[in-house]
Ligand binder design. Structure first.
Ligand code: IPM
Ligand code: MG
Length: 352
């Protein structure tokens, strides 16, 4: 199992360290883990947020365990040197086109959701977000108009092949769940969304066992807080998925509990090449204080075992240990508790 560990900035290193402890405790054979800099720390050490050595290591691996990037000290750098470009660069360079963001409420955490407990406890959804296209990767620029005004622009586009592969993945995911796909777009306004919708309808013909519904993104944002239990797989483009996945994360209590997988087309011996990261960011305000909750990072490691290495039993063991720790009242600061980062790691290890 060739794993590239990219802890990154802020709380990335401390939460990664706990995920590594959990992986080590499983004592899986053949694990080869190599570490490299990414993000602001990479800019400081190597002059670029995604140095060639890091990209080479990532390419040579079967899975990437990614902490977080983002450093306020880098906010004034040119866009291409900012830490965020490292994750966008990895997604693009490695063809990681499918972002899976599961959101489910852990038992006992009903009170943490911003939603009423009975609404929140019904949430069990999977956001499948396209990650290589859309307005994120189109041409962009800032022009100065004749009257001296500045105009910023970003080109939004999707081609059928891009929509097709992410849609197929979403339908397959739905087959292993409750058999429903909600495709989110803005086809009442955007041509990009028209191509998206037409393509999803085409793909759906190959999956007669899956129910398909279409929803405009504004309505989807509303339904996500009104009746989130009705969603199973939410299929979205890059920008809408970015927004809806943050929203989904607070609906289940805390962004500190949500993991994600970004998958490519390349196969490994027992799964798919992928990058695994918590949904939360680098949280510079609490970095280095041992108070960040490492659960999302630990759960990301579980997703890695499942999707890249075919270790379903071990993945389930980690998830059960996290759920048990939460059930026993272990609470990080993000969910109103006192447990420090290492302490949460200890608690998960004890239940493993
Ligand atoms: C995410 C993040 C990234 C994104 C940022 C850091 C570029 O918000 O993974 O959701 O917008 O995709
Ligand atoms: Mg985001």
């Amino acid at each position: 199992m060739k794993i590239a560990l990219l802890p990154g900035d802020g709380i990335g290193p401390e939460v990664s360290a706990q995920a590594v402890r959990v992986l080590e405790a499983l004592d899986l054979p053949g694990v080869e883990m190599r570490t490299a800099d990414v993000g602001g720390i990479a800019f400081r050490n190597h002059g670029h947020p995604l140095p060639k050595e890091t990209l080479d290591l990532a390419r040579a691996s079967e899975a990437i365990l990614f902490g977080a990037v983002g450093d306020p000290a880098c906010d004034d750098l040119k866009r291409e040197l900012r830490p965020e470009q490292a994750i966008l660069g990895l997604r693009a360079e490695l063809g990681l086109f499918a972002n899976l963001r599961p959101a489910k409420l852990f038992e006992g955490l009903e009170e943490l959701s911003t939603l009423r407990p009975e609404v929140a406890s019904a949430i069990d959804l999977l956001i499948v977000r396209e990650l290589n296209g859309d307005v994120y990767f189109g041409a962009k620029g800032i022009d100065t108009l004749e009257n001296g005004e500045r105009e910023g622009w970003d080109r939004m586009s999707y081609r059928t092949s891009e929509v097709r592969r992410i849609a197929e993945l979403a339908f397959r995911a739905a087959q292993g769940r409750r058999g429903k796909v909600t495709s989110v777009d803005k086809a009442n306004v955007l041509e990009t969304s028209q191509v998206w919708r037409d393509t999803v309808i085409e793909v759906a013909k190959d999956f007669p066992d899956v129910a398909l519904e279409h929803m405009y993104v504004d309505n989807a944002a509303m339904q996500l807080v009104r009746a989130p239990g009705a969603f199973d797989v939410v299929l979205t483009g890059n920008l809408f998925g970015d927004i809806l996945s943050d929203q989904a994360s607070v609906c289940v209590g805390s962004i500190g509990l949500l993991a994600s997988a970004s998958l490519g087309e390349r196969r490994t011996d027992h799964g798919t090449f992928g990058l695994y990261e918590p949904i939360h960011g680098s949280a510079p305000d609490i970095a280095g204080k041992d108070i960040a909750n490492p659960m999302a990072m630990i759960l990301s490691a579980a997703m890695m075992l499942r999707h890249s290495f075919g270790c379903e039993a071990e993945a389930a063991r980690i998830e059960a240990a996290v759920a048990k720790a939460l059930g026993n009242g272990v609470r990080g600061g993000d969910i109103g508790g006192e447990a420090g980062c290492r302490e949460v790691g200890d608690a998960v290890l004890a239940r493993l």
